[in-house]
Design a protein around this ligand. Structure first.
Ligand SMILES: O=C(CO)COP(=O)(O)O
Length: 123
């Protein structure tokens, strides 16, 4: 049996519509994965009908929770649509998540084009 992949989905507020569009465009492949998401992003993704495990909201520690899972080898890829035009109180957590991905060689997509390549390679 092929092992189910775990994918984390995260989007800043300015990028949530793009994340929902991305999820809808790839809903068939995403059905095959175990999905986790930061709280608010996940609540939007649920509306597409996909099952997703919700972590805390990003600013309340959700990015840190997902980073911890990545460090433990429990996440196969992270798709994180950051808003490059926004300012975030939890910027240290965002940087930490990206750093952990580099420390542990976890695939990290920060835009839909890369997200698509990751899904093609993984699922
Ligand atoms: O802030 C986030 C990522 O840094 C996303 O968190 P939410 O999905 O809870 O909005």
């Amino acid at each position: 049996m092929v092992e189910q992949k775990t994918i984390a989905l995260i989007a800043h507020d300015g990028k949530k519509p793009e994340m929902v569009g991305f999820v809808k465009d790839h809903i068939d492949v995403l059905h095959a994965a175990k999905l986790i998401a930061t709280g608010t992003t996940g609540s939007y993704i649920r509306k597409t009908g996909l099952e997703v495990e919700l972590k805390l909201s990003g600013p309340k520690g959700g990015d840190a929770q997902i980073a911890a899972l990545a460090a433990e080898g429990k996440v196969d890829a992270i798709i994180f649509f950051r808003d490059p035009l926004g300012k975030h109180a939890h910027e240290p957590d965002i940087q930490m998540l990206m750093r952990v991905c580099d420390v542990y060689n976890v695939p990290l997509a920060t835009n839909p084009a890369t997200g698509e390549l990751i899904l093609k390679g993984l699922l």
